[in-house]
Design a binder for this molecule. Structure first.
Ligand code: UT7
Length: 335
């Protein structure tokens, strides 16, 4: 008997209501709307207010995804939660979702692949479903960047790029074997692990404690990024991953109806499309409105593309992501 095909049965998103424009950022740091738009394409992002944290946004996206899938929370038999900005150091956000949904003692996995978190989660969900391990999986990607960025001029290269938000998907057995996840590929290369990282607080060798006054005084506690190295590696790895998942199915770039790339920088998405020789009309971007929401970007972008009619049943859709680790991957789906 053939293994069941996994399919995204429903999608949900949540972004906090507070919009922060590039002009708003100029009041906090030495930057400009022109610099940010020219280098990244970003015009605004959303930041959480006091009422929200990571899992509260994830929960709202999850409830929307469940409704979209026509699925009762009680049917979920596994939770996968992707984030780099969890509410607590431990436990992870997955169990908080389990508690709030009141869905019985299902397993809750927390995964940490940053911008590639959602595509890694899709591959996990696909494998679990094809193996018959679980039948309805709730995958969430959610980030609260605004509470961990350096919003002074010192942190401007990183802080102008990131925004808060959440996205979720219900993944289950496809009732149509032609539709669903066709192939996926995931990769990592830790040689540049510290190139895009938040290394404090932490318990690495040589540390005096999880966090010290000195760490705070010397501003080590913020994310750091070697932007150009990340850019160059992303534009190499992302097209390769797209080609890899297509080749696994004997398909070509020309067969693609829509590419949903991770939203780190509009220039990266444009370069990826150019290298793949994919027309801009077949790539959906929404970084202009949200900035880089890391594990939430793929569902935020996919859900918007679907709402705009750019992703329709039967379409060949590819999602591809690259991020800190470095970790990257792609998932090919017949929608
Ligand atoms: O999912 C993965 C997440 N991250 C990424 O994918 C990021 C990949 N990298 C990038 O997107 C780009 O490297 C950035 C957008 C981060 C930066 O663009 P860049 O063209 O590589 O600029 P740069 O870092 O080389 O900086 C150019 C100049 C510098 O000034 P000087 O030394 O030329 O005088 C920076 O100090 O721009 C300055 N600068 C800024 N100016 C205004 C850096 N950040 C800012 C800022 N506003 N926010």
């Amino acid at each position: 008997m053939n293994a069941p095909r996994a399919r995204i049965l429903g999608l949900g998103i949540h972004v906090p209501s507070q919009v922060v424009t590039n002009h708003d950022l100029t009041k906090m740091m030495d930057t400009s709307h022109e610099w940010i738009v020219e280098r990244s394409g970003i015009e605004q992002r959303h930041w959480v207010g006091p009422e929200d944290g990571n899992f509260t946004m994830g929960l709202k996206a999850a409830r929307m995804a469940l409704a979209d899938a026509g699925c009762d929370a009680a049917e979920i038999d596994c939770i996968i939660y992707a984030t780099l900005s969890p509410d607590y150091y431990f436990p992870g956000c997955g169990v908080l979702i389990q508690r709030e949904l009141g869905i019985g003692h299902v397993p809750a996995f927390d995964i940490r692949q940053q911008c590639a978190g959602f595509v890694y989660g899709l591959q996990m969900a696909d494998s679990f479903i094809r193996a018959g391990q679980y039948r309805k999986i709730l995958l969430i990607g959610s980030e609260v960047h605004s509470r961990l960025l350096d919003k002074s001029t010192r942190g401007r290269t990183v802080s102008v790029l990131f925004g808060d938000g959440a996205g979720a998907a219900v993944i289950g057995v496809s009732d149509d074997p032609a539709r669903g996840i066709l192939s996926s590929c995931m990769h990592s290369d830790g040689s540049d692990a510290e190139c895009l990282a938040m290394q404090w607080p932490g318990v690495a060798a040589g540390r005096e404690g999880f966090i010290t006054h000195q760490d705070i005084d010397e501003a080590r506690i913020f994310p750091n990024m070697e932007g150009q190295k990340v850019f160059k590696t992303a534009v190499k790895c992302m097209p390769e991953a797209v080609q890899e998942v297509l080749e696994k199915q004997g398909l070509a770039v020309s067969d693609l109806d829509m590419l949903i790339p991770h939203q780190a920088n509009l220039r990266i998405s444009e370069m990826v499309a150019k290298l793949l020789r994919l027309d801009a009309s077949k790539v959906h971007n929404n970084i202009q409105k949200y900035g880089n929401t890391t594990a939430a970007t793929i569902p935020l972008c996919l859900s918007e593309a679907r709402a705009l009619g750019k992703v329709k049943p039967g379409d060949l859709v590819c999602t591809v992501a690259f991020g800190s680790g470095f970790t990257w991957g792609a998932v090919l789906m017949r929608w």
